[in-house]
Design a protein around this ligand. Structure first.
Ligand code: GLN
Length: 539
């Protein structure tokens, strides 16, 4: 067995959205189930230095790692599948690559050389790929190349892959994810788009070892042989990837097709007898065979694009399975809610989550939803901006501070119950400047939070600029809203909860980033349980 790190590249052909991220995560899951260490990296071909500055409508959710990287949502899938944290090094964009090359050029590091895409940009890409291998933590590094082969933007990445394959020999391989469309008029599966996209890769000097073919129908032997013949791959390296009912099914579909075995053989690695997917299958069984259903409202302003709340909806899947329950999310646009329609809109819901977000749009609708949850004793979870809105609602409607607000929404409010963090006051740049990543939090004995986490010290991930204003803390506590989680360094309020309510919790952090299949997040698990219990009292 070779001691070197193995590099697996996943490229995409024919069209975008075939699911490279889920394929990479599924392969990683199978390798992990065979007791190998593995991590997954995503290379994104856009110019933004990270997706932190991207509107969620453009790129879906921005995922945050422990070390504070604002990253692609695929990293969320990697963590949810593998149950190991990713880091800054797991997501690299073209913007980041160029930024560091240009910084080196300005420092004079290139000693008078003309700085070019090849070799300088490709060297920087290769360094970033090998960085994860050099940590010594992983036997396999899977690198997903964003975009589709043939895009102008991804060319330097494909060129870096070509160079690395040459350098690393049998320690590197390429899996190409492609589409085999079905023509209903003739009732045929068509292989030509796959042939063309492999030809394009070959033009760039890259021969893929494995082709994973997305298809609506089974690929028979003849079709697999035909693809193998035209694309220079072994017939058993043509892998069928049928549409799955859930992303969590994909590792099992890939196992049936023996993707992991073909990969291990290709890289000269032993195939262990044992493939441990017991917990995974147990989760999948529970997910597919729920004993009951609860409807939970997700209030946000990006609900037209469900990708914007990916980690939250996946957290509900994990928490639902843990409770033998299907959580049906009702997506509610915050701008559509007012005090006048809130009773009607929410009457069938057993829980309300108010989502993270930025800016004024939709705020008043969120506050109406929270007032309804508080007064009607509906289980409520407020995440980041959702927690801040819960504080504003309480200030206005319980403490009687009618103009209470966050200074993000109203700079002139006389009651800034949510205010800019001291550390944020002098910051002008937008990219990477929020309070980001994992921070410790101490929980108060006897609180709901403590009962849920069952430990006194926790760590959760943050992404925000504003914070609870501690000048108001005593008034809040007297009136029944308790600060049950506090940051030990600065005394910042990280969790609030209501005394006279079955389940009303607001968190300044993002618990959704840490929920995985193996470890559903305790807050989501408890929230879903509270919704189930609410259902029992109603029926
Ligand atoms: N806009 C709020 C802040 O910056 C909340 C951010 C969020 O919900 N992630 O503090």
């Amino acid at each position: 067995m070779s001691s070197s790190v193995k590099y697996i590249f996943v490229t995409g052909g024919v069209t975008s959205s075939l699911g490279k991220g889920i394929l990479a995560a599924s392969l990683a899951k199978l390798l992990q189930a065979r007791n190998y260490t593995v991590t997954i990296q995503k290379l994104d071909p856009y110019i933004n230095v990270d997706p932190g500055t991207l509107n969620p409508y453009e790129h879906g959710e921005c995922f945050v790692t422990d070390d504070g990287a604002e990253s692609d949502l695929d990293l969320g899938h990697y963590e949810r599948f593998l149950n190991i944290p990713t880091s800054q090094a797991n997501n690299v964009t073209t913007g980041r690559i160029y930024q560091s090359v240009i910084e080196k050029e300005r420092r004079g590091d290139y000693l008078g050389k003309t700085v070019q895409i090849i070799p300088h940009i490709t060297d920087e890409i290769k360094t970033r790929i090998k960085l994860l291998g050099k940590t010594g933590n992983y036997k396999f590094v899977i690198t997903e190349i964003g975009g589709t082969v043939g895009d102008i933007e991804s060319l330097p990445y494909i060129e870096a892959v070509r160079q690395l394959k040459w350098e690393l020999g049998s320690d590197a391989m390429v899996i190409h994810l492609t589409l085999v469309p079905y023509l209903s008029t003739t009732g045929e599966l068509k292989t030509k788009p796959t042939q063309h996209s492999v030809k394009l890769l070959l033009e760039y000097g890259v021969q893929p070892e494995i082709l994973v073919c997305r298809t609506e129908h089974a690929l028979n032997r003849d079709i697999k042989n035909k693809i193998a013949l035209f694309c220079n791959v072994a017939p058993n390296a043509v892998i069928e990837a049928r549409d799955a009912s859930t992303i969590y099914e994909v590792p099992l579909l890939m196992e049936e097709e023996q993707l992991d075995i073909v990969v291990l053989n290709q890289l000269n690695m032993p195939v262990s007898q044992n493939l441990d997917l017991v917990k995974w299958k147990d989760f999948l069984y529970k997910f597919k065979n729920p004993k009951q259903e609860v409807r939970i409202g997700l209030v946000g302003k990006y609900v037209e694009l469900k990708e914007a709340y990916k980690s939250i909806s996946e957290s509900f899947i994990h928490a639902g399975a843990a409770n033998d329950c299907k959580v049906t999310i009702e997506w509610i646009h915050s701008e559509s809610i007012s005090d006048d329609n809130v009773n009607e809109k929410f009457k069938n819901l057993l829980g309300i989550l108010v989502a993270p977000g930025f800016g004024q749009r939709g705020i008043e609708g969120k506050i109406s939803a929270i007032k309804y949850a508080r007064e009607n004793k509906i289980p409520f979870l407020g995440v980041c901006l959702g927690m801040q809105c819960a504080v504003i609602e309480f200030a206005r409607n319980v403490l009687g501070l009618k103009d209470a607000n966050s200074t993000e929404m109203d700079l002139t409010t006389t009651n800034p119950v949510i205010d800019l963090l001291e550390t944020q006051k002098k910051i002008i740049n937008k990219g990477g400047t929020m309070r980001l990543g994992s921070y410790p939090c101490n929980l108060l004995e006897g609180t709901k939070a403590m009962g849920i986490y069952k430990q006194q010290k926790i760590n959760e991930r943050h992404r925000h600029r504003y914070e609870f204003n501690n000048n108001y803390l005593a008034d809040f506590e007297k009136a029944g809203m308790t600060a049950s989680g506090i940051n030990p360094d600065g005394g910042l309020v990280e969790i609030v909860e209501l005394q006279n309510h079955p389940w009303f919790v607001g968190v300044q952090f993002h618990p959704e980033y840490k929920s995985t299949v193996a470890m559903p997040h305790p807050l989501f698990e408890s929230f879903v349980k509270a919704a189930i219990e609410k259902g029992e009292t109603v029926h």
